[in-house]
Design a protein around this ligand. Structure first.
Ligand code: GLV
Ligand code: MN
Ligand code: MN
Length: 414
């Protein structure tokens, strides 16, 4: 192993995961560290404190993306970035997102400890609100950075309780020690590489350590609303009811059927349902549910979107219903130069590896619009993610980080 790869310290990386898991820690061993919550602010402060202790510079931009920078030798050279996100699902695990941030930070430390000088600066980044479980849309910080979403639109987003993102962001950044960079988010960069747990079972099933990620499937999110009429549960005959939840269940049932494909490639999820007024003895006047739909081919998403719209139009009566598309992210193909480099470095380190696409979304899908980008996956136990019991081994996390630091060192000297 090279001195640089050897400078990646498995124990330090594992301890950092344990330290971060205390911030928003849940009884089952996971985390609830939703975007721009006090727990997210605490994680930002922790990362900033570690960065300061190592003499790296830190800054945040106007959407709250947090950058930790190790200088290169050429002041004119554009940086190489690596990172992921520190926010979690409401019942999230300790590795989804956090691994990519801590692996990038460990890579900076390994470069430092091995005394390696790079021509370009290397920046570890924690993107704001990747999960999109509190504020929609997800992968927000990286999308704003890449010019895919407008900053002002995102600042106006509200969480499910009506809290404005701009207010939550001001509170989060107010508590953070990182200096703020003014202006619109975004700066020139030449390469981006993100480490992440796989979040599926393929690597573990194949007893393989490194996933060489070739791309990310496309995804779309929607909100469906049904409007009926509130009425007394005990007195209102069936013919007189406009039950918004009954309409929502008819629509949902038809959608599940329409999205059940023979080869099990299309992913369709209703993950959040709200019924109003939410009283046991009032016929619901309004129901709202979210849809998350994914497929590697945009044309398939497009044709299924049409089916969803037809179902909403055809199954709501006697209620009214509408469907709104919240996001559409086209499938991403990573750059062959980055894919090849990840594969080569994994091979040179003697690690088993396989090429694979990503089923989950990642910040890399937006940054890939700006520069050559790629990802490194490591296995997670039984492929379980978006669950408090999500788990990975210290050795696999370190192995992925060794690939990462080798890739970063090479890109930073190009
Ligand atoms: C990110 O967690 C996603 O929804 O893929
Ligand atoms: Mn993630
Ligand atoms: Mn996630």
């Amino acid at each position: 192993m090279s001195a640089l790869a050897n400078a990646v310290r498995e124990d330090r990386l594992w301890q950092r995961h344990a330290d971060m898991a205390k911030l928003g820690g849940t009884p089952k061993g996971g985390v609830n560290r939703q975007a721009l919550s006090p727990e997210d602010a605490a994680a930002r402060n922790q990362l900033a404190a570690w960065a300061k202790a190592r003499g790296f510079s830190i800054s945040t931009d106007a959407i709250g993306n947090l950058f930790v920078r190790r200088e290169g030798s050429d002041p004119a050279a554009r940086p190489v970035l690596s990172g992921s996100h520190m926010d979690s699902q409401p019942t999230g695990g300790r590795f989804d997102g956090m691994y990519g941030v801590l692996a990038a930070f460990e890579a900076l430390e390994a470069l430092e400890d091995a005394g390696v000088t790079t021509r370009r600066p290397v920046i570890a980044v924690a993107w704001t609100n990747e999960e999109g479980s509190r504020f929609q849309p997800g992968a927000m910080g990286s999308a704003v950075f890449a010019g895919q979403y407008r900053l002002d639109d995102m600042l106006a987003a509200k969480d499910w309780k009506g809290v404005k993102l701009a207010d939550a962001l001001a509170e989060t950044l107010g508590a953070a020690p990182a200096p703020m960079r003014g202006g619109e988010p975004g700066f020139a960069l030449d390469y981006y590489i993100e480490a992440h747990i796989e979040q599926g079972p393929r690597l573990e099933n194949a007893s393989t350590t490194i996933g060489v990620v070739t791309g990310i499937q496309g995804s779309r999110r929607y909100i469906v609303e049904t409007d009926g009429e509130e009425a007394h549960a005990g007195t209102t005959p069936r013919a007189a009811r406009k039950d918004a939840f009954a309409a929502a269940t008819r629509i949902a049932a038809a959608m599940y059927e329409a999205t059940t494909d023979a080869d099990d490639t299309l992913r369709f999820t209703i993950g959040r349902v709200e019924v109003q007024p939410g009283s046991p003895n009032t016929v619901p006047g309004k129901a709202t549910f979210t849809i998350d739909m994914r497929h590697p081919q945009d044309a398939v998403l497009e044709s299924h979107e049409k089916k969803l719209r037809d179902i909403v139009a055809g199954r709501a009566a006697p209620c009214a219903a509408r469907i709104e598309r919240v996001t559409a992210v086209a499938p991403t193909d990573f750059d062959p130069r980055v894919i090849d480099l990840v594969r080569d470095k994994a091979g040179a380190l003697g690690l088993s590896h396989m090429d694979m696409p990503s089923g989950a979304g990642h910040d890399a899908m937006h940054i890939a619009k700006l520069c050559p980008a790629g990802m490194i996956f490591v296995p997670c136990e039984r492929g379980i993610s978006h669950n408090e019991i999500e788990n990975a081994t210290p050795a696999d996390l370190a192995a992925g980080t060794r690939v990462l630091v080798e890739v970063l060192a090479e890109l930073a000297n190009r």
